[in-house]
Design a binder for this molecule. Structure first.
Ligand code: NAD
Length: 298
């Protein structure tokens, strides 16, 4: 099974990256979005990726132009998928939108077409029946800034066909990703199954006043050789996102620990400390303390 003609559905943050990366690696790509307005934004996003490809991958203008010329834009779903071997879905992370999308897609796509969801938090088995082809459906999860963070977590659900799984692994490799097979469904895939509890453990050491963020990061960096610790990572993720997660858990479970954590993060936000994006979070940028050579010596 060769996956050659690719349709990307949704030209948002991730969809535009997936479309451009796929075209950059030589594949013809149809990009589908819901309106002319959304399409104009997708085109802008794709243009804004080009300097990154020059900077990080040394891409030439000719290569970038060739990539652009391989992308065609559609607001009609049936046309967008008429000859698709693989549809990569990157529509909003909303159950109803995805359910509706797969129901329509299942009706208009050719029988041969494989569907892959890029969903970060929803499991493929949730949509398998709506696709009308559960055996040709699985998750293909990219990380933001896929040209440098080139993981592709390929996750099957119980009814995914083995050949389909292998073909998507092969496709991921062909577009410059490192394919990472997940043989069972796992909320959060591999990365977030590790990262979320790790960041939470660090935050509770801080909230419970066991140690301060710099000491916690220092411990992790010296003991494991990692270039940064959990609080440096939280600054990249963003304090707003960390707050949303803590506040959500506090609300869901009435847990006093999460309430205290949410309050501490809210206090940071009120001071404009949003992480790297605002120039300050747990550290001050552009020259954070953890990046100084003596940080792990002192
Ligand atoms: P986004 O909001 O930036 O983009 C969504 C796009 O889908 C928009 O262009 C929108 O116009 C379009 N859209 C809306 N309804 C649609 C429909 N019915 N059919 C087709 N297109 C439709 O979202 P995003 O951040 O790119 O996330 C998309 C998916 O990728 C989500 O499932 C998300 O979990 C996943 N993801 C996001 C990230 C991230 O860092 N942003 C990382 C990995 C995976």
């Amino acid at each position: 099974m060769q996956l050659r003609n690719i349709t990307v559905a949704g030209g948002g943050v991730l969809g535009s990256q997936i479309a451009f990366q796929t075209a950059f690696k030589g594949f013809p790509v149809n990009l589908y979005d819901i309106s002319e307005d959304a399409m104009a934004k997708a085109k802008q996003r794709i243009e804004s990726l080009k300097p990154q490809y020059q900077r990080y991958l040394g891409a030439s203008q000719q290569e970038l132009d060739a990539a652009s010329s391989r992308i065609r834009y559609f607001t009609d779903l049936a046309q967008a998928v008429a000859n698709a071997d693989l549809v990569i879905e990157a529509v909003p992370e909303v159950v109803d939108i995805k359910m509706d999308f797969y129901t329509k897609l299942g009706q208009v796509a050719p029988a041969k077409t494989v569907f892959a969801t890029n969903s970060s938090t929803l499991l493929p088995s949730q949509f398998a029946d709506a696709t009308g082809r559960p055996d040709k459906f699985l998750a293909l999860h990219f990380a933001n800034e896929i040209w440098i963070h080139n993981t592709a977590e390929v996750m099957r659900h119980p009814r995914t066909d083995e050949q389909v799984f292998r073909a998507v692994m092969e496709f991921a490799r062909a577009i410059g990703m490192v394919p990472l097979p997940l043989h069972k469904e796992q909320p959060g895939y591999i990365l977030n199954s590790l990262l979320v509890p790790f960041l939470e453990a660090a935050q509770f050491l801080w909230v419970n006043e066991v140690a301060d963020p710099e000491t916690i990061d220092k411990t992790w960096m010296i003991a494991t050789g990692a270039p940064e610790g959990p609080f440096a990572i939280l600054d990249v993720v963003g304090i707003r996102t960390a707050y949303n997660i803590a506040a959500g858990k506090a609300q869901a479970g009435g847990d006093a620990g999460y309430e205290r954590l949410a309050a501490k993060l809210k206090a940071m936000m009120d001071q404009g400390k949003l992480g790297r994006e605002s120039g300050e979070g747990f550290y001050k940028y552009p020259n954070p303390a953890f990046a100084q050579p003596d940080f792990i010596k002192a």
